[in-house]
Design a protein around this ligand. Structure first.
Ligand SMILES: [Zn+2]
Length: 421
């Protein structure tokens, strides 16, 4: 059987809008959403009024920042505030298609419209094509994942084995007997399937027929991608989204980051103030999906990322999230500034003389002190490095140069030794 071409093609015209068309598209979508939400969502009305945000004055994308961000954690409380999920919904629960319950616990409404969760363009981008038989290994009970990922497959003309999680031996049998071509699930479960199949003496390339995998829900390393792609001889791409809003971004064949879905407007903001940051700066991913039923305007996801607007060889013009680099609540804050290990790494990588590094934070007398340990010999570019560090991290560390081999073998990039009593 010849394989399908999974590397080319674009699902929707919206994915290739030029810059001015895209800005205009976002502005129109947002204006419509804000106007509708203000009128029909009690919660949105309250929120806008409290912030003295006047929908009629929304003219450009810049005006969005005047609406306070909505932290995901607030949803639990807000949803308990009365009918229609505390006024967050613009219609009654009985008018919806489904209501799920995610850990938190947060209710996730699903309306009856076409492509409600918005993953179809992402599945096409990942390489799913008409005629695929896909095994969905996400949970179908209470949480939306299983059914959420059936929707794009149906839209693309694929067929689904609603396997759910677990029963690995049965899953392997199905993959083999039905010659399943697509996998949908977490990367770690695909790894688990691979291990079990190999233990059972199966040849992953000859006895199984997987050609494409869509993964999400976990941190997914490049190492794991390369390993699994090679083992199965398949294309493995990831998506990024939440149970509240559905699809936020997805990879294309070229793995240049996550193309932002055309159904939403994404900002990268300072986690405390909600003020949008510049392209390339790391901050909280704040998403406004163009969803009139459940208008979560400026939902702060708690995930950290940055925007990359460089062109992508696939031809899609949507900006990209350059990976999800961490979570807001597990990030170290030093002297009131967020310090992200990967940003420090970016600076250190410019100096090949630096073998390893570690930041140690203490707070003698209640004031943060930051020491940057650098393992190197003959380092002559201290000033340049400190300058770059300050540019990137906005803080000045005490630098301690130590001989190679001084730092313990296993180290955390940021060792937080502060005491809080
Ligand atoms: Zn691309």
């Amino acid at each position: 059987m010849t394989r399908k071409d999974r590397t080319e093609g674009i699902y929707s015209r919206r994915e290739v809008l030029d810059e001015s068309e895209r800005k205009q598209y976002y502005a129109i979508q947002l204006k419509e959403l804000l106007t509708y939400a203000y009128r029909y969502s009690e919660d949105v009305k309250k929120r806008f009024d409290r912030a003295q945000f006047n929908v009629d004055k929304f003219k450009t994308l810049n005006d969005l920042k005047h609406i306070p961000i909505l932290k995901k954690k607030e949803l639990i409380f807000l949803q308990s505030m009365g009918p229609r999920l505390g006024g967050l919904l613009t219609k009654d629960l009985g008018e919806l298609r489904r209501v799920f319950l995610s850990p938190g616990p947060i209710f996730d409404p699903e309306d009856r419209g076409e492509d409600y969760w918005g993953w179809t363009e992402g599945f096409y981008s990942a390489g799913f094509r008409t005629g695929d038989l896909a095994q969905v290994t996400f949970n179908y009970h209470l949480t939306p994942a299983g059914l959420m990922f059936e929707e794009p497959l149906r839209n693309l003309g694929c067929s689904v084995v609603p396997a759910g999680p677990g029963n690995t031996n049965t899953q392997l049998e199905i993959l083999q007997k039905l010659r399943v071509t697509g996998y949908v699930g977490t990367p770690s479960y695909l790894m688990h399937l691979a291990q079990k199949a190999e233990e059972a003496g199966l040849n992953l390339r000859k006895d199984l027929y997987l050609e494409v995998a869509f993964v999400t829900g976990e941190k997914f390393s490049e190492k794991m991608r390369i390993l699994l792609e090679k083992k199965f001889d398949l294309i493995m791409r990831q998506g990024y989204g939440t149970a509240d809003v559905g699809c936020i971004g997805y990879e294309c064949f070229h793995t240049t980051g996550l193309h932002i879905a055309n159904r939403s407007f994404v900002e990268i903001c300072h986690p405390d103030t909600g003020i949008p940051l510049k392209d390339g700066e790391v901050g909280e991913i704040v998403v406004t999906a163009f969803n009139k039923t459940y208008p979560l305007i400026r939902l702060a996801t708690g995930d950290l990322g940055y925007i990359d607007r460089s062109p992508c060889p696939c031809g899609r013009t949507s900006p990209r999230l350059g990976g999800i680099v961490g979570r807001v609540d597990t990030t170290t804050r030093i002297k009131g500034m967020f310090v992200y290990p990967h940003q420090v790494e970016q600076v250190m990588a410019r100096f090949e003389e630096i073998k390893r590094w570690q930041i140690e934070v203490t707070n003698p007398g209640g004031i943060d002190e930051m020491v940057l340990y650098v393992e190197t010999s003959n380092f002559k570019r201290e000033d340049e490095m400190l300058h770059d560090f300050r540019q990137q991290i906005k803080l000045r560390p005490d630098l301690k140069i130590v001989a190679p081999g001084t730092l313990p073998p296993q180290i955390r990039p940021i060792e937080d030794k502060r005491k809080w009593d």
